[in-house]
Design a protein around this ligand. Structure first.
Ligand SMILES: Nc1nc2c(ncn2[C@@H]2O[C@H](COP(=O)(O)OP(=O)(O)OP(=O)(O)O)[C@@H](O)[C@H]2O)c(=O)[nH]1
Ligand SMILES: [Mg+2]
Length: 209
């Protein structure tokens, strides 16, 4: 069954647990470094140009934003990590805010990790992947900004991501770009599978690892 996006609503921009929406629909969270393209991916997936605010400057998303899709699913846009220009206090406050969400949300059915397709994943990405491994049956990684790669760079860069994050059989790696439409379908295929049919995996369009 394909989930068609008709109505999207920002439920709340939360900074603490008491503000999380009481909805019991399945949730999918987008995590990754600042500036990797989490908010852009959300806009592209939901077909809304500027629902989530996007910026060329890292650190744009500072709250946990819950978007409800057709009353069936929440997609959660989290603040990014690894933004060096922030003060130590701010980094730790953001880290705590992200951890509090990830550790206190039973309806969270999958955490999707975004990494920049141009670069080797960082130590923070690896830590995030370890957390995801402990929490989800398999990992879903989206390699963003693929339009910035030459065709010949795609395969080796995907391989670098697979090796650095130690992706295993059954994990999913989806090359993504906001400038291409096919990859949007690939992500939706996966979300539909995850949300509507339990933990069913899809194998179209993604890189088998
Ligand atoms: N060329 C290209 N640029 C992209 C793509 N996705 C995102 N960007 C750009 O990357 C920058 C950061 O995008 P955001 O979506 O704000 O990144 P974010 O991960 O939400 O960042 P934080 O909110 O700081 O954590 C913006 O200038 C986007 O236009 C993509 O697929 N291709
Ligand atoms: Mg953002």
């Amino acid at each position: 069954m394909k989930l068609n996006v008709h109505k999207v609503e920002l439920l709340i921009s939360a900074v603490k647990k008491t503000q999380y929406p009481a909805t019991m629909v399945p949730e999918i969270a987008l995590v990754g470094r600042s500036n990797v393209g989490k908010s852009s991916l959300l806009n592209k997936l939901l077909g809304r140009k500027s629902l989530a605010r996007v910026s060329a400057t890292p650190g744009k998303t500072a709250t946990i934003n819950f978007y409800n899709v057709d009353g069936q699913l929440n997609i959660v846009d989290l603040p990014g990590y690894g933004y060096a220009a922030k003060s130590k206090g701010e980094i730790s406050k953001w880290g705590d805010m992200i951890a509090e969400y990830l550790n206190n949300r039973p309806q969270l059915c999958q955490v999707i990790l975004l990494v920049d397709s141009r670069h080797k994943p960082t130590a923070d990405d690896y830590l995030m992947m370890e957390w995801i491994r402990g929490y989800n049956e398999y990992a879903v990684v989206i390699a963003t900004k693929c339009d910035k790669l030459n065709v010949s760079q795609v395969a080796p860069n995907m391989q670098l991501i697979i090796e650095t994050l130690d992706l295993q059989d059954g994990d999913i790696l989806i090359p993504f770009s906001t400038k291409q439409n096919q990859c949007v379908e690939d992500v939706w295929e996966y979300i539909d599978g995850c949300v509507l049919s339990g933990d069913e995996e899809t194998d179209e369009g993604e890189t088998d690892v």
